[in-house]
Design a protein around this ligand. Structure first.
Ligand SMILES: *[C@@H]1O[C@H](CO)[C@@H](O)[C@H](O)[C@H]1NC(C)=O
Ligand SMILES: *[C@@H]1O[C@H](CO)[C@@H](O)[C@H](O)[C@H]1NC(C)=O
Length: 226
């Protein structure tokens, strides 16, 4: 008895399984059998494939558009760089009538005026009265002055309060590098000639030299593009 009961319990799921599988066969019969089922499967698959293709197509076009815009962007960047490269050399060349010496452009004035007038004149030309770094630069500039008797103001004068020679950029003269000959008295300003580096009274009329500085750093930037 007991073993029969166990047998019946074990058989129950199998029977119910068969029962469950029978309703679809009934449905199949109602919907004209496996043909309808096949059609539904195929249609479903087609829809899924279509959806997948649409998604793939859309993502491909998105990637394409992105690449295109990035290509456009880089070509725009390149144009920008080229523009900068062509604009920058303008800053590297001296204006007409200005002489290039090392990284400066110099203008030698033909008229004679007091020191303060020459200071004002250079600033109206977006430049400053000449500053001289060292003996070597002094020699180079003196070599450009072909007539001996002509004197040119430079951007160096005496400050009474500090009793010292001061460049117009605010730095004091280092007398170990350049030495001013002549008096260091009230109202003294410095001029150069082809042979001199001297002081004179600031009210005296002399010619003068203006300078514009070129930026050698920009030069390096241009070379990195080419
Ligand atoms: C001012 O000019 C002098 C002469 O060229 C130079 O030695 C000095 O370093 C300059 N000072 C500044 C603050 O640029
Ligand atoms: C010397 O130069 C400074 C500018 O650097 C100016 O203010 C001052 O008036 C000048 N001194 C004379 C006596 O011209």
């Amino acid at each position: 008895m007991e073993s029969q009961l166990v047998y019946a319990d074990l058989n129950l799921p199998r029977n119910s399984g068969i029962e469950r599988s029978s309703p679809p066969s009934l449905l199949q019969n109602h919907c004209q059998g496996p043909h309808w089922h096949n059609f539904a499967l195929k249609f479903g698959c087609a829809v899924i494939v279509l959806l997948a293709l649409t998604v793939i197509g859309m993502s491909v076009s998105v990637i394409f558009i992105r690449q295109n815009t990035s290509i456009e962007k880089t070509s725009m960047d390149a144009q920008e760089n080229r523009k900068e490269a062509t604009e920058r050399p303008v800053l590297l060349t001296c204006p007409m009538h200005w002489q290039k010496i090392q990284n400066k452009c110099l203008y030698f004035h033909e008229t004679s005026k007091p020191w303060s007038d020459s200071l004002a004149d250079c600033s109206t030309r977006e430049s400053s009265l000449l500053l001289i770094q060292d003996q070597e630069e002094l020699r180079l500039i003196q070599n450009l002055i072909n007539k001996k008797a002509i004197l040119f103001w430079i951007g160096l004068n005496l400050t009474l309060s500090e009793k010292n020679w001061k460049w117009i950029n605010g730095s004091f003269l280092n007398s170990n590098i350049l030495h001013v000959f002549g008096d260091a008295k009230e109202d003294s300003c410095v001029f150069i000639s082809s042979t001199q580096f001297n002081s004179a009274t600031c009210a005296a009329g002399n010619r003068w030299i203006c300078q514009k500085e070129l930026k050698p750093v920009r030069n390096k930037v241009i070379y990195s593009f080419s």
